[in-house]
Design a protein around this ligand. Structure first.
Ligand code: FAD
Ligand code: FES
Length: 268
């Protein structure tokens, strides 16, 4: 894996709104790459005068070196990105991260994905990889309200291929309400049994509740996985911005097993 501080160039080649304050982006690398992106890895975008921020690959670079991301407007850099015209050149570094979704370990298990809000995009490459392998998987997607949902087109495709429960904190009477944990019995029925592996991404409070619940149900700690977000600067383990316990999220994460998450949390 190339770990470099020097950005390469990417073209912003397509963008469309996808959820409240969120946009679906397609980029094309100016330099062809033969690097294989693993589910869980991330990249950074540099916007001149605004700095650099980390984002997850929604799809890895294809044979035309195009890849996608789902980006939510958070502050100055992402607001500038939302004002950026299609065709603009931007800086790119990646791929980063060696803590990855454990595809080989779980592909023959009953796998439950639990996403909260903008936590769905970091699960997308793992979902796509397991669907390609005909694994038995399901998804519970929790959002504050319907406007907070992202990946509309991807979810429409996934609905044809796996059970998905979409639940809201605030919803109309025709929609499901409650947290993802309120719908475990229903998804287990659809999966044909209780999950044997759980992959989760969303607000840390949600991931802690999910991990604690399944650890309490005696699911092996190595069968529960989550992805963390931390403020990042170098992305290559040099600056210390992304410390989590004695680990760096940029190089040791962003995906952690529940056992490792608890160990590092106790060191914070
Ligand atoms: C590994 C990784 C993958 C990510 N993937 C995605 C993705 O696919 N899509 C996406 O929209 N965002 C993703 N993010 C978050 C994204 O990097 C931040 O939203 C971005 O840095 C915001 O930059 P900004 O200058 O617009 O906002 P800022 O002005 O820097 O921040 C705006 C607000 O968001 C908070 N914030 C910013 N970054 C983070 C963070 N990393 N964690 C918690 N709070 C934060 C700030 O504290 C502040 O309150 C990812 C972050 C990491 C570390
Ligand atoms: S971002 Fe610099 S050490 Fe992780």
């Amino acid at each position: 894996m190339k770990l470099s501080m020097t950005p390469q160039t990417v073209h912003l080649i397509d963008q469309y709104d996808d959820g409240e304050n969120s946009r679906h982006y397609t980029f094309q690398l100016a330099q062809p790459t033969d690097e294989i992106i693993q589910p869980g890895q991330f990249f950074t975008l540099t916007l001149p005068n605004f700095g650099e921020a980390a984002f997850t690959y929604l799809t890895p670079p294809n044979n035309q070196d195009q890849f996608q991301a789902l980006i939510r407007r958070a502050g100055s850099l992402t607001s500038e990105l939302f004002n950026t015209q299609t065709g603009t050149l931007l800086g790119y570094r990646g791929p980063f991260g060696s803590g990855l979704w454990p595809i080989e370990m779980i592909k023959d298990k009953r796998v439950l994905f639990i996403a909260g809000g903008i936590g769905l995009p970091p699960l997308a490459t793992a979902i796509a990889t397991l669907l390609e392998q005909d694994s038995n998987i399901g998804l519970i997607y929790g959002s504050r309200n319907p406007a907070g949902q992202v990946l509309k087109l991807e979810r429409e495709e996934w609905h044809k291929q796996m059970p998905i429960i979409e639940t809201f904190d605030h919803a109309s009477s025709s929609q499901l309400t409650g947290t993802p944990l309120d719908h475990l019995d229903t998804i287990s029925q659809k999966l044909g049994g209780e999950p044997e592996a759980v992959l989760t991404c969303g607000p840390e409070v949600m991931m802690s509740a999910v991990g604690g619940y399944f650890a309490g149900k005696k699911l092996a700690e190595e069968s529960i996985w989550l992805a963390l977000e931390r403020r990042m600067h170098c992305g290559i383990g040099l600056c210390g911005h992304c410390y989590f316990g004695s680990s760096y999220v940029c190089t040791d994460g962003p995906v952690y097993s529940w056992a490792e998450f608890i160990k590092q949390q106790n060191r914070c």
